[in-house]
Structures are given as structure tokens and as C-alpha cells.
Ligand binder design. Sequence first.
Ligand code: HEM
Length: 437
Amino acid sequence: MTDTLASRSGPLITYTLDAFPEPPPTLEAARAHANAQPLADIDVANPKLFHADLVEPYFERLRREDPVHYVESPTFGGYWSITRYNDIMSVDMNHQKFSSEAALGGITINDISNGRLPMFIAMDPPGHDVQRKAVQPIVAPPNLRNLEPLIRSRAAAILDGLPVGVEFDWVEKVSVELTAMTLATLMDFPQERRRKLTRWSDVATAVPGAGVIDRPEQWVEEMTECFTAFQNLWHERAAQPPGNDLISMLAHGEGTRNMPAHEFQGNVVLLIVGGNDTTRNSITGSVLALNQNPDQYRKLRERPELVASMVSETIRWQTPLAHMRRTAVEDVEFGGKVIRKGDKVVMWYLSGNRDERVIERPDEYIIDRPRPRQHMSFGYGIHRCVGNRLAEMQLQIVWEEILKRFPTIEVTGPPQRVYSTFIRGYRSLPVKIPHRL
Ligand code: HEM
């Protein structure tokens, strides 16, 4: 592997928030705007709408009136929005016509120039398949069984150390802490430096000026530090016999051991963002959802056996990745429209998860739904989330341990959400634990 650093050419995200219109002030205003706006002008790809959590009325109208919708975005260029559950599934399952290739623009609405950081989530077969196979053992059932007691003891220690009777930030003290520990274990990265993983994960997908980094150069500095650290780990693991961690698996895997440096760096970003932000935001989302739905929280306390289905319902409700994007490799007739070769196609999982055609009472948070795993948050097809069982296991453990300790966790103020059309997550969530059990 040659030591070229993919960070040298600057941030993945180059737009700034100034490029986007301000969102309406309230949900009612957003609904009125969504319904009054000419249909052709609806452009949901505005990070400010996601930050204010006001995008749903726009999706609602698109699902109803124009489920395969084309619009030109001043920032992202022309793109199709696919907003109904079954249509999204059809696109996701059809990797032959809808490509994930980085060279065509990759898997987010924001094109990543020239496939600068190739990663297997942004590859088509056969490249995708060999690299996915290399890391799959980490989430195989025997490995999950090994991880379970470790994650449980850490969750217990984190919860036992929480302050009682005072306000604190749930994101910082619980969600970030536990997911960073797990990720460090998966990568056999030094635990004492685990917060670096969280920081790099935040920086990798940051919009300059939106709270994580101020300047584009900061991205280069911090991601250079990240990639240098991981290249060192790669060389260290490659020189040792194969081990049971993600870096060793990549350094020894038949389909990955000769990959170029920038491809390894791309996969590092995939694993730290995929394994970190999504689970972290689901843990935070669970506390928020249960507080907004006290009857469901009560039900959970009375019937702790509902933890597993509550976890799935939370992952649907949260939809930690709001979309995945594809590029059409040929002209395709779809939903009465013609999607042209080269067009950008955005599958809005967040909208699919609210599709009343498939999910009963989709706007409600119901922890004992009959089919709680029927949601699109993990995608479908060949790219379906490799870490989905690990994510569920972490959430399940956290809640089993919470229910043993605290009668309730009270949300004491509004959450701070992130500015992103891709990651649907939280910067902070103030909470208070009134007392222990
Ligand atoms: C609630 C937590 C999570 C959510 C919502 C989530 C969501 C997703 C989604 C939507 C995809 C793409 C699916 C598609 O294109 O059809 C994906 C792929 C992926 N996820 Fe996750 N993920 C989560 C947790 C994790 C964890 C814990 C890991 C790490 C172990 C992980 C690693 C990956 C990887 C490596 C891929 C690429 C798979 C491929 O391209 O074949 N994810 N995830």
C-alpha cells in the first residue's frame, strides 16, 4: 500500500449553509408551505429543513402527488426523489440499473468528486462483494455473542456513572461513549484514544461552518491525522498474523490486502461513520421518542420484554440515514417517468418509513407493532447494512440495563439536530434522571 492521503484534496462537502433557504418557522408553516408551493419546485435537499426537523410535510406531498419527483437543486444539481416505500425498495434491489459507484457520484446526494474516497458501500459488484466479504466475520453471530458481555459491562459502567438529579447531555455521556468504545473494539484501536474515532467520524461528513469544523483546511488537517493513524495500524496488523478486528481483516483479506491507500481510507470512513453515527443517533432517538410518547415509555417499563421491538421501532422512527443515492446506468422507465442514464436518484428512506401505504399509522411511535422490523432504515439488496444486528444488539443492551436502574430518563429541553440531508442525528439532548430504582 502506498502512503497517499486522500485528505490532501480537501473536504468531501464543499458547500456552505448560506446556499440554502431558511426553513419555515413551525411545523404548521412548513405544512402550509409544502402544500402551497408549486409541486415542480419542491426541493427537499436542504440541510436546514432536516436540522429543524421540518421535512416531513414536503415528503408527505411528494408521496401523495409525485412519488418519483425531479427537481434541479442549486447546490446538488438535478436529482430524482423516490419517496414511496415500495419504489425505494425496487431501486435499492436493482443494482444493475442503479449504480452505487463512486466514480459516477457515489451514494449521497452530494457528489464526491472523482470517487476520491472509494469504499465498498460506493462500489458495484464484483469489487463490492469481495470487500464486503472481507469484513463480514466481525458481525457474524459467534462474534456478536463474544461482544455481548463486553458491551453489557460497558453499558452498565456508563449508566452507573451518570449523575442523578441534575441535567446532562445524553449524547455526550451515553450515546457517544458507548458507540465509541464498541467501534474501538471492532478496530482494535486504543480505547484511551476512542474519542478520536468520534471526532473523525463527525469531521468526515461535516459541512464547514455548521458547527463541527469552521474551515475546509481543518478537514484536511484532522482527516490527515486520521488516515495517518489508520495507515500505521494497517502496517502493524499486516506484519502480524491475521487477527479478529476490522483492520486486520482488511489487511489480510484476499480481496482487500492489495487495495490502494485511498481505498483503505475510504473504507475507514465507511466503518467509522457507519458504525458510529447511526447507532449513536438511534440511542439518542430512543430516549427522545419515549419521552415524546409517555404511554409507550410506560408500556416498556411494564413489559420489558418489548425492548427488542422498541429498538426496531426506534430505528424506523429515527431513520439514522435519511437517504442513499444511486446513479442510473441506462434509461429506465420508473413510476411513469423516464429516468435518464446518468441521472441522480435519491431513495429517501426517511419518507419510505412514513409511507402509509405500507406501514400502518406510520407517524406514530408504537413499540409493540406487529412487524417492527419492517422498515427501510438498513436498506435492501446487496448493500443492506452489514452491521444491523450489531446496532440492534447495542440498543437492546443499553435499554435492558437502563430499565434495571432508572424509573425514567426525562428530556429537559429540545434536542440539537445536525445540519445534514444524509445523517439524521443529534448534537445534544439535555436530560435528567430524577432518581435511581
Ligand atoms: C442503526 C444503525 C445503523 C443504520 C440505520 C445503518 C444503515 C445503513 C444503510 C442504510 C446502509 C446502506 C444500505 C443500502 O444501500 O441499501 C448501510 C450499509 C452499511 N453499514 Fe450500516 N447502519 C447502522 C449500523 C451499522 C454498524 C454498527 C456498522 C458497523 C459494524 C455498519 C456498517 C455498514 C457497512 C459496512 C455498510 C456497507 C454495506 C455494503 O455496501 O454492502 N452499519 N448501513
